[in-house]
Ligand binder design. Structure first.
Ligand SMILES: [Zn+2]
Length: 227
């Protein structure tokens, strides 16, 4: 009887925490836009004063929003990007990797060796990277952070981690998975001088569509081989 009562109480407590955590998680739907004048804010990068800027296309604010998403990652980051040379974003990815976040990157094969590309450096840090030698471009630009299906996939491979630990992690999270996607290559040129857009959303059905596509690409692409 006491076993049953204990189980019921535990179930109720977990249920209450779960419901509270869900209520606390605020939905995020943000559109970041860049234009040819974004470079005006370039000198602010690193100065930590971007928050006060009212420039509609402030690259400092925009890049910081993406960095915040990466810095908020708890379990996993999947990045699918044509060109990756932006130092601030590369540093955020490296920070995530160093705190134990499981990072995977799919990059364009040719652009990975482009001047300024951070791909080889991130590979040397131990981050898993895949690409495909093709005469077509791997032109996607999207990133998924902490999607629940990917978290379960990661934990499922570790017999020492229980389902309860998974739920506790979820309860500790401020939000569910996040998608960062748009026209923006993660390059200085794109950030400081192009008309670009980036959508950041926690809308779960959309996040899951992109996670599913990433998984499909990951299956079909090959391990990155630096020269
Ligand atoms: Zn600004």
């Amino acid at each position: 009887m006491w076993d049953k009562l204990g189980a019921a109480l535990l179930g109720a407590a977990v249920g209450a925490c779960w419901a509270e955590a869900r209520a606390q998680r605020a939905a995020i739907n943000v559109l970041l836009t860049f234009d040819e004048s974004s470079f005006r804010c370039k000198q602010e990068i690193g100065a930590g004063e971007g928050g006060a800027c009212h420039h509609r296309y402030c690259c400092v604010h925009n890049v910081q929003r993406i960095v915040d998403c990466l810095d908020g990652a708890r379990i996993c980051i999947d990045i699918c990007i044509y060109i990756f040379s932006c130092k601030l974003l590369a540093q955020a990815v490296k920070r995530a990797h160093n705190r134990g976040v499981v990072v995977r990157i799919i990059a364009d094969y040719d652009m990975a060796y482009n001047n300024g590309s951070r791909i080889c450096h991130l590979y040397e840090q131990g981050i898993k990277i895949k690409s495909k030698n093709s005469n077509k471009l791997m032109h996607h630009k999207f990133c998924i952070i902490d999607d629940s299906s990917r978290i379960i996939e990661i934990y499922g491979k570790n017999p020492n981690v229980t389902v309860m630990k998974y739920f506790l992690h979820r309860i500790n999270q401020q939000h569910g998975g996040i998608l960062v996607a748009g026209s923006l290559n993660w390059t200085n040129q794109a950030v400081y001088g192009n008309w670009e857009h980036v959508l950041i959303t926690t809308h779960s059905p959309i996040v899951k569509l992109f996670q599913s596509e990433f998984n499909e690409l990951w299956k079909n692409f090959k391990e990155f081989q630096p020269y």
